[in-house]
Structure formats: C-alpha cells, structure tokens
Design a protein around this ligand. Structure first.
Ligand code: VGL
Ligand code: ZN
Length: 189
C-alpha cells in the first residue's frame, strides 16, 4: 500500500455553524474528520491540517473588492480550528491566504505542504474538509498536479454552493482530474 497521509482542509470556526462565512451544514464534517483522524492514528499515518489565515485587509474580503465577507482573520477565534476537531498533538498545520494581495484557496498555494509530504515519502493523500467547491477542490487539483494519489472523502466535505450544484460539479471536476471520491464507509488507509 502506498504511504498515506490525511489532509484536513480549513475546518475552522468561520466555515462552520454561526461562522462569518458559514458553509451550509459545515459542522457535519467534524465527526467524519474525527473518524478519519482515528483511522490515520491506527495506521501510523501523519495528519496535516490547513487554515485559511488572512490579514484583516485581505483582497478576498468585500471591503477590499473581493467576493467574501471578512473571515478567518489570523489569530482571531473565527480562524481557529473547530473546537470539536480532535487533531493529534503532532498535526502539521499549514496557513494559507496570508498575503493581503493574493487569494490562495489551495493548501499547497504558498505553503511548504508539497515539499514536506514528498520529503516524508508520502505518495497518497486522503482529503476532507471545507469547502468542497473552493479550498477542497483547489487543494485536490494541486495535490494531483504535485503527483499524489488522492482520495476525497465525499461526506467529509461540504460546499458553499453559490449555485446549488457547485459541490457536485466540484466532485466531478476532481474525479475528471484523477481523484477518487468515496464516502467514509468505503475509505481504506
Ligand atoms: C474558502 C472561501 C473563501 C474555503 C476560503 O476554505 O473553501 N472559501 N476562503
Ligand atoms: Zn478565505
């Protein structure tokens, strides 16, 4: 079996219930992520987690000409991981979107994630988190580009769905690019 890591994308307060950019039903990914974390631990697989980590004047915010309400401001409660997410003590955290003048949906954009994973001999990623149609999709496509096998956990993701089928379209795009998309019940590490 290929050496595998779990990569949890942006499971942060602002994307969950009552958050500044709440993803519909976003909090529902937390127990799925926790089960995946448990499975990773059983197999000795590393766990990575990304955070949207914006300066207060980020270009993606409406006040600065972007499409989104202010969210995930570095150091604020909204940018913290959801309190019920049971990350292991040795989780590797990657902050993204830290440059005020650049959007960075992908967890590989401007981070050390690809290098760290390659150096650790990881060949395969299991990916879950928020949001399907933005940061999960961008991260999955970048992971494939970087040469990883990718399995996306469908029920471990939720979409913003600006258009109602954006989440489904995103899964289709990820599959077309070479990712496997499977529910938790079918995931094997
Ligand atoms: C995200 C919109 C803006 C995401 C981040 O994590 O999917 N979406 N910033
Ligand atoms: Zn953002």
């Amino acid at each position: 079996m290929k050496k595998t890591a779990l990569f949890i994308i942006d499971v942060q307060n602002d994307f969950c219930e009552n958050g500044a950019l709440a993803v519909p039903d976003g909090t529902a990914v937390v127990p799925v992520c926790n089960r995946l974390i448990q499975m990773a631990a059983e197999r000795g697989c590393p766990v990575l987690a990304s955070r949207d980590w914006h300066p207060a004047n980020h270009c993606s915010f409406k006040d600065f000409g972007g499409p989104w309400p202010m969210h995930c401001v570095a150091g604020q409660n909204g940018a913290e991981f959801h309190p019920d997410l049971q990350l292991p003590v040795d989780v590797m955290v990657f902050n993204k979107g830290t440059d005020a003048n650049a959007e960075a949906y992908s967890a590989f954009d401007g981070t050390q994630a690809a290098g760290v994973l390659h150096d650790a001999g990881i060949e395969r990623l299991i990916i879950c988190g928020l949001a399907t149609d933005y940061c999960v999709k961008a991260s999955v496509l970048d992971a494939l580009q970087a040469g990883f096998d990718v399995l996306v956990v469908s029920d471990g993701c939720r979409a913003v769905n600006v258009n109602p089928d954006d989440g489904e379209k995103a899964f289709a795009e990820m599959e077309a690019a070479g990712a496997a998309v499977l529910p938790l019940a079918k995931v094997e590490f």
